[in-house]
Design a protein around this ligand. Structure first.
Ligand code: ADP
Ligand code: ZN
Length: 799
């Protein structure tokens, strides 16, 4: 059992509020964790009339000095004598009394014992209060009961054999009809009860006859809450459930999965296969295997890869499937969750948080695109969905498949060093499709800058012309949103910055996201538009003139809006569409993809959401407008991200017998990540990158933790940061831990939403060291002056 804070647990009870606890009526004590409270658990007495209760159910209890009613999760149940005597010995002279549970909210635990154990692990590993972890594990829609309707239900409370006689004695015709109707439908128990509204509608009468029947104790009423069934799987794109014949590599891989699944032991397999090597087909086959054993499976995908296409593909092969992603309404989400919990689904496909799907008898977890940074949650609990998947598989002796064309360095290293990891490769594309041809465009050579900042170089333009002439399609990728990156003054070099954050603003033409079209401002150099901050979403009209020197403003940089304009200008006959999160509601997104797959769009331009999970056989050209954008990120994974981006985008080209070409535009043709990606040399890249990581004590060799402190007042923040650093140093000395501590230093984005941000970075050779350090920190008093503190274990970026 985790930490146990005596001071806060035992509070003198306000007996007027809760009546006297005479000791006889409460035989159990439960421990409760709250989402909003401190990093501790609190004990309460459970009145016998509320018994039984299990960990995982929520309760309503008085909390704090003012006894405000709060909802928390019951996390442990104990017989009273044990804990009470503990309290007596530790509470000393003072007579402490526990407060009393007011009400149990859930009929059944929302979380199974297995998920409770997972929650404790997350709480400890990611340094996050248990209450917050639990709150994050159950969708809000479920806790609120979204879409649920409570109605009155009626059933016969007399035995079947007595019904005829009873009915004969009844005078009212309506009453007779109701009794007969209930008999016909076998409604003899609360479980078989019929909804009163429906019965009344059927008979065509008011409530009066029901009241009478109830008075005579012939029928009984119960309240029931039901969920409307709301389908969550999109219709439209139909995908045939064609079964393919596996190639030799796939067969070997499947044989491996079968063995692992048969063994019923925990293990992890990395399925390293280039795009289109048939990984998804293998996930499906492995799941079939698991289902045959009467077990269930979870498939995790990055949110942006959860397209209708992917969902449909699984849906075509499995009957009892549930989905969980951000595109669902609250009611749909609740329905899907209940379906999983009640055992009506045995395959769950979803984004990061689907790793908490309450599936009983879990036999397999698949994590597709395991290298994706989006598996990491950027608010507390800051967990990585992939790593939680591995832990959950371990807790229930399930198998875990991690799939990727470009596995993370962490997973590759685990394959070499950990017993329970194995590696299976699919080195070829299915049907031996050739890999696409890679063409590098060196923008420094390509007169890119001189001719008024063209985004499309001549070689790429020529490629597009040929593609369009052959009636084939193209995807162009720009890793930036908006029209251009900065708005600046050519004469005094002033750039527009966000008022709240330390970032330059992005220019968006005419429409701001989520706003109606506003009146436009016309300037000499800039067409109408808004400057938007992508960190705080603040938006301002772009001034006509430079606020400092009065000269006209100009834009520099790249943006997907600008790309679309250039395409319209250079290829007026082509149908061009743009996809990015600024211009898209999810419905529009699906519509554009559908139009594209049915050939109504020739060129699709957009941000990296296009790099994932889409399958368009007629796409033969893919262009990366600037392969360098990731490289400029001040993050040690910049090379890895750039390499991954190029490989994945390349995978979009030539997914059929038609030959594909990939154009990569760059200012840095000799940069190693770009060079290795162009050559398709995964092993070469990994070797080079590992050397660098090793030399710098970075992951995957060492572990990282980032402590980010923020406050609106800089001086206060600075003091708090120094205190934090002292605390960390003290624990490291006391426990003789091996670690490197850097900072406090300003974060890469040193101000967001008016909050100054500073960071302390801790490097340690082992995860256990970080855990010891931060659990030590947890036990200490809070930092004064109080500032906001976020601890990120295994961060995926250092922004
Ligand atoms: P990945 O997930 O590695 O990108 P997929 O499993 O999506 O690969 O396979 C790509 C396409 O090839 C899919 O349309 C799939 O149905 C098909 N496919 C998979 N395996 C085979 C095979 N052995 N023979 C023919 N087609 C296959
Ligand atoms: Zn901002």
């Amino acid at each position: 059992m985790s930490k146990y804070q005596m001071d806060s647990l035992f509070v003198e009870m306000d007996s007027r509020l809760h009546g006297n606890d005479n000791g006889a009526s409460c035989h159990h004590i439960i421990r409760v964790a709250f989402e909003s409270a401190a990093d501790a658990e609190f004990d309460y007495l459970l009145p016998d009339e509320l018994w039984p209760i299990e960990a995982g159910q929520r309760v309503e209890v008085p909390f704090g000095k003012k006894n405000k009613l709060e909802v928390g999760f019951c996390v442990a149940v104990e017989k009273r004598d044990r804990l009470a005597s503990l309290a007596m010995t530790q509470g000393g002279q003072r007579q402490f009394k526990l407060k009393i549970v007011i009400r149990i909210i859930d009929k059944e635990p929302l979380l199974s014992a297995e998920l409770m154990e997972l929650a404790r692990w997350i709480s400890s590993y990611y340094v996050c209060p248990l209450g917050q972890v639990l709150a994050a594990m159950v969708p809000r829609a479920v806790k609120k009961g979204a879409g649920a309707r409570t109605g009155r239900y009626i059933y016969l409370s007399i035995a079947d054999k007595n019904v005829d006689e009873t009915a004969r004695k009844l005078r009212g015709k309506r009453q007779k009809q109701i009794v007969e109707h209930l008999q016909q439908k076998d409604a003899f128990s609360p479980e078989a009860a019929l909804e009163m509204r429906a019965v009344l509608a059927e008979i065509g009468c008011g409530r009066e006859p029901i009241k009478k029947l109830a008075q005579k104790q012939i029928i009984k009423t119960v309240e029931k809450t039901i969920l409307k069934s709301l389908p969550a799987i999109p219709k439209g794109m139909s995908i045939k459930a064609e079964k393919v014949v596996l190639n030799e590599d796939q067969q070997k891989a499947l044989a491996h999965f079968k063995d692992e699944i048969e063994s019923g032991k925990f293990a992890v397999t990395l399925l390293h296969g280039v795009t289109d090597s048939g990984k998804t087909e293998l996930y499906i086959r492995a799941i079939e295997q698991v289902l045959r054993k009467g077990k269930s499976a979870i498939v995790l995908l990055p949110e942006i890869a959860l397209t209708a296409q992917t969902v449909q593909r699984f849906n075509a092969r499995f009957e009892r499937i549930a989905v969980m992603h951000s595109g669902l309404t609250a009611a749909q989400r609740n329905v899907q969750w209940q379906k999983i919990k009640s055992g009506d689904a045995d395959v769950v496909i979803g984004a990061r948080s689907a790793v908490f799907a309450p599936l009983p008898k879990l036999g397999l977890i698949v994590v597709d695109e395991e290298h994706e940074p989006s598996y990491k949650q950027d608010t507390a609990p800051r967990y990585n969905g992939r790593d939680v998947a591995i832990k959950r598989a371990q807790l229930v002796n399930a198998h875990c498949i991690l799939g990727s064309a470009t596995p993370s360095l962490e997973t590759l290293t685990n394959c070499r060093s950990k017993k329970y990891f194995s590696l299976v490769s699919l080195p070829k594309r299915v049907m031996n499709l050739p890999m696409p041809q890679m063409k590098l465009v060196d923008l420094q050579q390509a007169d890119f800058v001189k001719k008024g900042m063209n985004l499309i170089s001549e070689p790429l333009a020529e490629g597009l012309r040929q593609t369009l002439a052959k009636k084939e399609q193209a995807i162009l990728l720009l890793n930036r949103r908006g029209y251009s990156n900065f708005i600046f003054c050519p004469s005094c070099k002033h750039t527009l910055h966000c008022r709240n954050c330390d970032v330059t603003l992005t220019f968006h033409r005419s429409e701001a996201p989520g706003r109606e079209r506003m009146r436009t401002v016309t300037g000499k150099h800039i067409a109408s538009g808004y400057a938007i901050c992508h960190y705080c979403l603040a938006q301002t009209l772009v001034p006509e003139k430079c606020p400092l020197c009065g000269a006209g403003l100009a834009m520099i940089g790249l943006g997907s809006q600008r790309l679309k304009e250039e395409l319209d200008r250079k290829f007026p006959q082509a149908h061009v569409s743009r996809v990015d999160s600024d211009s898209m509601a999810s419905g529009d997104y699906y519509r554009v993809l559908k139009d594209f797959s049915e050939g109504r769009i020739d060129i699709l331009a957009g941000t990296q959401m296009l790099a994932k999970g889409l399958h368009f056989p007629n796409v033969t050209l893919v262009g990366i407008i600037s392969a360098d954008t990731c490289l400029y990120l001040p993050d040690f994974r910049a090379n890895e991200r750039t390499f991954q981006l190029i490989c994945h985008v390349a995978g979009r080209a030539g997914r059929s017998e038609k030959k594909g070409t990939v154009f990569v535009q760059t200012f840095l043709p000799n940069q190693p990540a770009i060079k290795f990606a162009m050559a398709g040399d995964f092993d070469g890249f990994i070797k080079e990158e590992l050397k660098h990581r090793k030399a710098c004590n970075l992951p995957p060799f060492w572990r990282l933790a980032v402590v980010t402190l923020r406050d609106r007042t800089f001086d206060k923040l600075e003091i708090a940061c120094n205190r934090m650093r002292e605390k960390i140093d003290r624990i490291i000395q006391r426990e003789k831990l091996r670690a490197i501590v850097r900072g406090p230093m300003p974060a890469v984005i040193s101000r967001i939403q008016r909050f100054h941000r500073m960071q302390i970075i801790v490097q340690a050779p082992k995860a256990e060291i970080l855990r010891e350090l931060f659990n030590g920190l947890r036990g200490e008093r809070p930092i004064r002056p109080a500032v906001k503190i976020a601890i990120d274990i295994d961060p995926v970026n250092l922004l």
